[in-house]
Ligand binder design. Structure first.
Ligand SMILES: NC(=O)c1ccc[n+]([C@@H]2O[C@H](COP(=O)([O-])OP(=O)(O)OC[C@H]3O[C@@H](n4cnc5c(N)ncnc54)[C@H](OP(=O)(O)O)[C@@H]3O)[C@@H](O)[C@H]2O)c1
Ligand SMILES: *[C@@H]1O[C@H](CO)[C@@H](O)[C@H](O)[C@H]1NC(C)=O
Ligand SMILES: *[C@@H]1O[C@H](CO)[C@@H](O)[C@H](O)[C@H]1NC(C)=O
Length: 348
């Protein structure tokens, strides 16, 4: 009798341990759909085909209540709005009134439980710009509105709900900001986009320190080429024949049209990785997406003089220098480095 009780207890305990080991976070991956037990996540920049959409689906599959937001509600497919635990909301990250309205709606919905995860995915890419020609008021400020002030406004507005979530059961809340490799290295032709992402990385890292006492983690995902509409959504490139850069306009156009390489990471794989990062409690900068190691190498190991030289050769800036030099003196002999530059330019 006694031994059979002992054996069945031991089996029950072993089963429980195995269950815990094999199914980590089984509570959060519950697909019960009962709002009371699930964690919640708010995602900006949800439009069909975007990283935001893939993240919404991935968090949903992990059992989260998802607040999927886009600046135009019509961009959120109806089939998504029919899923339980997904709530579609209109939210324009550049409009404080719109953000405040979302805070009110979500506060009512989560009913005192707070918001567990905030994902800032809305963003805009600008390519083909040259700093000497940039229209600061029209283009520059708009880029920073979406990529820098947008995420900061969101973090400010939702901080109280994040703190609330971290207070329950000794829990944690997480902010995920989608940055870019371009914020970690310097390239020509994407100066404002790069500056906005560098600013976002710095804001993320400072926020991480400032929010640590409240057990709110801040994650800056340094993203490289992921399938999405980012490339298609950027403003079209207009060649300008009056520009200093007129001789290399076609080279710049090639850069703009191929800026997100074709061998990109599938959006679903990327989204799954980010959900895993959140569940594992990662914080600070994490590099994700295809090609991040190459960029990391170029940005941190390779001397700047070398990476500048390679980039300038491949992207036409060395060619432009040669055009300028030739118009000056006329009779110059190409040295070996010039030959290498031309070879790199053809290769690119
Ligand atoms: N895909 C990549 O290879 C890659 C690489 C590095 C970094 N990232 C970053 O990843 C994030 C997601 O981009 P994605 O690749 O998913 O690009 P995407 O397909 O173009 O999606 C961007 C999302 O941001 C929204 N958005 C743009 N301007 C906005 C504004 N003014 N106000 C509110 N929302 C706005 C878009 O809404 P609409 O549909 O209404 O325009 C869309 O939902 C961005 O922050 C991007 O910088 C992506
Ligand atoms: C988003 O908000 C900005 C600032 O208020 C506004 O200029 C823009 O038209 C809005 N976009 C949409 C799609 O509502
Ligand atoms: C919150 O994070 C701390 C530190 O990583 C961890 O010890 C704790 O278990 C986490 N709480 C929950 C509810 O996951």
């Amino acid at each position: 009798m006694v031994s059979s009780v002992a054996i069945s207890s031991a089996l029950a305990i072993a089963a429980l341990i195995a269950w815990k080991a094999l199914v980590p976070n089984y509570k959060t991956s519950s697909k019960s759909g009962r709002d009371g037990e699930s964690k919640s996540v708010l995602i900006t920049g949800y439009s069909e085909g975007s990283i935001g959409a893939a993240l919404a689906h991935a968090f949903h599959a992990h059992g989260y209540i998802v607040f999927a937001t886009a600046r135009r509600i019509s961009n959120i497919p109806a089939r998504l709005q029919d899923l339980s635990r997904i709530h579609a909301l209109e939210l324009n990250v550049t409009d404080q009134t719109s953000i405040n309205r979302a805070v009110t709606d979500i506060t009512r919905h989560v009913d005192g439980k707070g918001l567990d995860v905030l994902v800032n995915s809305a963003g805009t890419m600008l390519s083909g710009l040259k700093l000497v020609h940039v229209d600061i008021d029209q283009v520059g400020k708009q880029c920073f509105e979406v990529n820098v002030w947008g995420p900061l406004r969101m973090m400010q507005a939702f901080s109280a709900l994040l703190v609330k979530a971290s207070e329950k059961d000794n829990g944690n809340a997480t902010v995920v900001n989608l940055g870019s490799i371009i914020g970690e290295i310097w390239f020509a032709y994407q100066p404002l986009y790069a500056a906005s992402k560098a600013a976002l990385h710095t804001i993320s890292e400072s926020m991480r320190l400032e929010l640590a006492p409240f057990r709110i983690r801040v994650l800056a995902v340094v993203v490289d080429a992921v399938q999405s509409n980012l490339q298609r959504n950027q403003p079209r490139f207009h060649a300008n024949s009056d520009s200093f850069y007129a001789p290399i306009q076609e080279k710049i156009r090639d850069f703009v049209e191929g800026v997100v390489p074709h061998s990109e990471t599938p959006t679903e794989d990327f989204a799954e990785q980010v959900v895993r990062d959140v569940e594992m409690g990662k914080e600070g900068k994490v590099w994700r997406g295809q090609g991040v190691w190459l960029i990391w190498f170029l940005g941190t190991i390779m001397p700047t003089r070398v990476s500048d030289w390679v980039f300038s050769a491949m992207k036409g800036l060395s060619g432009l220098r040669r055009v300028r030099e030739a118009s000056g003196s006329g009779t110059r002999k190409a040295g070996w480095s010039e030959k290498l530059e031309k070879w790199l330019e053809v290769l690119a």
